[in-house]
Write a protein of this length. Sequence first.
Length: 215
Amino acid sequence: MVARTHPDLILLEVKDRAGFGFTYLSPEDFAYAADHFLLPAVKYADLDINNVEQRRTVAYDFVWRYFNKPDAKGYFRENVRWIAAAATREKFTEEAARGHMPRVVHIARKAEDGGIVIRDAQEYLDHPGYPLAVIVGKPQHGGGDAQFFASREAFEKAGQTKPSQEVWLPQIVHRLYAETPSVVMGMPKQEKNGDMGVECRALAFGRAAKLVERT
């Protein structure tokens, strides 16, 4: 078994089945993202970077701040990606030291008290045949906006609706594929004839999964 010290994907389910899906392609990519937020934040707060509890408190605090006011000025895709990486690294420090960092991490509010849960999202490795998450972006570009689906029925309902400027990728994925792995990413792509298309990529996380085009 290969030792893992970074996640492939961090999902932030912020509100109304929507949020972000952030990819990290290597331990270095993950560490760079986490440090890009955490080092300045710890310095600004005049804390000790070597103090595990202080680092964790800062990282968790900023995740909570983001979830509390996700539309606040100052939050944008890249710095939310850094905050997610820092919080995940601090949450799973011991697991990473053993080479057991989760491949997929899910961050969301607790239903009962409004707190934040950062967890190992094992269900994304099981591949039920439809996408649990559809993400606008590319793995090599760090991911982007995401839509989440709790069931096949929820995905098919969204896929059969008219696309909008805000939500369009689930409709395209539904039209193109009868079966998918648990995560599908896509980006607009200009064709040689000048038309606009979509470039899709499915993520299997090293597990067996099917990608079946509609006939």
